[in-house]
Design a protein around this ligand. Structure first.
Ligand code: HDE
Length: 758
């Protein structure tokens, strides 16, 4: 046959496509790779598998109302044969065109040029804030309970609406760690039949500033220092603390960041908030002011700071992985959507709280959160870039029945979100990207522009017109038009000023502090002490203490003690406020679905017991991870057990609880013989391995439930974990131990283990 490699490769293509003129070839089974390749092709070319259910693209309509399923298929690897961007088949994409094998690369290599050109432009600018995120598809099922206050069709009874939710950190770059201390974004795109509604919220109900004009400033202060570009994804540095102590309206949000809310255990265990007060409008035009809430079914749960720091190194993708794994495993995260409602009075206050001030909450005890629907995330994105990166949220994406208020922070956002997409997504046609396409038919008169992908018909994109049949015509209230609520605007003189009611910066933070349990207060004190301890500027630390003195003298004194500075006196009288118990994360019991239990066993552990607890953990919708001295399988009497983590790869931070497998009782000689045998193959028993000791002391320190069944006490003793401490269980049988352990996990942590001083 042909000896010239190029000709032979060309011949290979010709043979494989014979009889297949209008579709991809069946495959090239058994064909050797190109001559220059040292090994044969690893696999024979074949048709790609059809996408798994969770890999199919969003079920969207194009701007012209056509289903885009066909486009989606074309975007994947749609056939066996490689083509270039123009659809021309290529026989080699691993070698540049050269003048001889050792000669110069030729400028005429247009395949090289196209391939590298595309690669050069693969990145787009990351989001200026919220750059690091993870997302999922899901569905929102409305209870209909909001129908009395809003005409929004997707909030009517039993309406199902597809959604896409993106969670994020705020300060870090795209490649930064997940478990940094920061606010988290919680942005939801509802693809409703009346258009897209975006609720672009956070996991904290308040914001640092009251006026959008300060947003560039607070972000400049929070981002890394401009000279060295450090620190990454942190607020523990001088400029952040400089800003938040000079602009004391930031006090409340800063306190939330320093609380356990700043280090969530998982995206699945975060609350979400719309932050601003919105206005709902019913079918008769009646309006109600509301605050939006997302309540996680698994309860609010956080990491402890040391865990968060360890995870930054051990698994920087912790939250991203957790979300994707849970969805893939069928543990679909759920949140109840709720509203607090307030009468739409001209002063827009409730119980003396200014509803236009985004540094305020309204305690749930004063205005209960009323459930209006259920969000379930059930499908992972199939392509991070196309979906999670290119999704474009905007607070101005509203549907009939949902309107805005005059919160000055919201006003600035209404401008900013559209503006940013032009830089980020390269022009005004980002709504045409598959993830952003509305599911309602689009019939706009927007035309042309960068990256226009629609082929608009007609000649008269203006109205009224007499050339395109007079269409489109405008909708009215009876045909679901978006109609702005006719709110009275007060007669006023234009000023650059904040209202007097925005001036109280300390009573709401004091309420938050008073609502915390002793252990949560301890964590807050630790967080301030850590962050301010990382600052270099003495004046910044001192100013921060003056702010803390106005929240609470104990908080101030303890942080001052940690910094080695005197505690100042308050400069304003301490606010007389009641605690809001709903703000605390401690004291309730939650489902344990999706929680991870590490089951540690030695080379001669009770493997039948391990198998029994593994199965019981799975039945309880939790995740068992078997941890042993080495990888592979363990052979019990009932067949092999797969090892998921070894003493080298396991770290306590991955587990919500630890179970130690018992070892069947052996006498002293047998013990020695067993150890000798284990040492020969380089395998240590758990009680002899310092990594197991570390795992247990960390789990103990982090307030995690620890269980051991008969024969494993030695492992606890070797680690120095007291067997009679709270949350440490020595059970009679494997499953009885698991049962007790699960009971403890419902409260999230063994809170009694944390020392408190307040
Ligand atoms: Fe944002 N914010 N923001 N923000 N924000 C952005 O939009 C902005 C604010 C929030 O997953 C940007 O598409 C201004 C409050 C989330 O894609 C940008 C102000 C809240 C996300 C922007 C605020 C948020 C963003 C960056 C002060 C909670 C991520 C990229 C007026 C209620 C959305 C982008 C996603 C993203 C501007 C304040 C939440 C630049 C000017 C308050 C969850 O447009």
């Amino acid at each position: 046959s042909e000896t010239n490699p190029l000709k032979r490769a060309a011949q290979k293509v010709t043979e494989s496509v014979q009889g297949d003129s209008d579709g991809p070839a069946e495959g090239i089974p058994g064909k050797p790779g190109p001559e220059s390749s040292p090994v044969a092709e690893p696999t024979a070319a074949r048709e790609p598998l059809p996408p798994k259910p969770d890999q199919s693209g969003p079920d969207t309509l194009s701007p012209t109302g056509q289903l885009t399923g066909a486009d989606q298929a074309q975007m994947a690897q749609a056939g066996a044969l490689l083509t270039d961007a123009q659809g021309t088949r290529r026989y080699d994409t691993d070698h540049s065109l050269k003048a001889g094998p050792r000669g110069p690369v030729l400028l005429q290599d247009h395949h090289l040029r196209e391939k590298v050109m595309h690669f050069d432009h693969e990145r787009i600018p990351e989001r200026v804030v919220h750059a690091r995120g993870a997302a999922a598809h899901g569905v929102f099922m409305s209870y209909g309970t909001a129908s009395t206050v809003t005409r929004a069709a997707f909030l009517a009874k039993d309406v199902e609406t597809p959604v896409f939710v993106r969670f994020s950190t705020v300060l870090g770059s795209r490649g930064s760690s997940d478990t940094v201390r920061d606010t988290r974004g919680f942005a939801t795109k509802f693809y409703t039949r009346e258009g897209v509604f975006d609720l672009v919220g956070n996991n904290m109900p308040v914001f640092f500033i009251q006026d959008a004009i300060k947003f560039p400033d607070v972000i400049h202060a929070g981002k890394p220092h401009p000279d060295r570009e450090i620190p990454q994804a942190q607020s523990a540095h001088d400029t952040f603390w400089d800003f938040v102590t000079l602009h004391t309206e930031a006090t409340h949000h800063t306190l939330w960041n320093m609380s356990d809310r700043g280090i969530p255990r998982s995206y699945r265990t975060m609350e979400g908030f719309g932050v601003h007060t919105f206005r709902l409008v019913d079918a008769e035009g009646g309006s109600t002011l509301v605050k939006f809430h997302w309540k996680p079914k698994l309860g609010v749960h956080s990491l402890v700071w040391e865990e968060a720091q360890i995870i930054n190194g051990v698994d920087p993708d912790f939250h991203r992985r957790d979300l994707a794994d849970a969805i893939e495993a069928g543990a679909h995260p759920q949140w109840e959507f709720g509203i607090q409602t307030f009468p739409d009075t001209p002063d827009q206050t409730f119980e003396g709280i200014d509803l236009l001030d985004p540094t305020n909450i309204v305690p749930e005890e004063l205005a209960p959160v009323q459930p209006i629907g259920l969000l379930t995330l059930d499908r992972n994105p199939s392509n991070y870039f196309a979906e999670t990166e290119q999704v474009a949220f905007h607070v101005g994406h509203l549907v009939p029945g949902i309107d805005i208020t005059d919160d000055p922070l919201l006003a600035g956002r209404l401008f900013s979100y559209l503006d940013t997409q032009i830089t980020r997504l390269g022009g005004p046609n980002f709504p045409q990207l598959p993830i952003n396409r509305p599911h309602a038919p689009v019939n706009d008169m927007l035309r042309d522009g960068m990256h226009q992908t629609a082929v608009h018909r007609g000649v008269a994109p203006y109205r009224p017109n007499s050339l395109d049949g007079g269409c489109p015509i405008t909708a009215g209230a009876d045909t679901a038009a978006y109609i702005e609520t006719p709110v009275r605007v007060p007669e006023a003189t234009r000023v650059r000023e904040a209202p007097e009611s925005f001036a109280d910066h300390f009573s709401q933070p004091r309420r938050f502090w008073l609502s915390m349990s002793p252990v949560e207060r301890e964590h807050i004190i630790g967080a301030y002490t850590f962050e301010l301890g990382k600052c270099y500027e003495q004046a910044v630390k001192e100013r921060a203490l003056r702010v803390l003195a106005n929240i609470d003298p104990v908080l101030c004194a303890q942080v001052a003690e940690g910094l080695g500075l005197p505690a100042p006196e308050p400069t304003v009288p301490l606010a007389e406020v009641e605690a809001s118990p709903a703000l605390s994360q401690v004291g309730q019991t939650w489902p344990t679905d999706g929680r991870i239990i590490g089951i540690v066993t030695g080379p001669d552990g009770d493997l039948d017991g391990v198998r029994a607890v593994r199965e019981a953990v799975l039945r309880a919708d939790m995740v068992p991870l078997v941890v042993a001295s080495r990888g592979g399988t363990l052979n019990g009497s009932d067949g092999a057990l797969t090892v998921q983590r070894t003493f080298a790869t396991a770290r306590s931070v991955e587990f919500d609880a630890v179970l130690l497998a018992g070892t069947p009782g052996l006498d002293g000689d047998a013990n020695a013989a067993r150890d000798a045998k284990a040492a020969l193959v380089g395998v240590r028993r758990p009680e002899h391995d310092p990594r197991v000791g570390l795992l247990l002391t960390e789990a103990f320190r982090h307030g995690k439930a620890i269980g051991a069944w008969k024969g494993a006490e030695a492992v606890l003793e070797a680690a120095g974990v007291p067997v009679d401490a709270p949350g440490v269980i020595i059970g009679d049988s494997p499953t009885a131990t698991l049962e007790q352990l699960t009971g403890l996990m419902g409260t999230h942590r063994v809170w009694e283990r944390f020392t408190t001083t307040t």
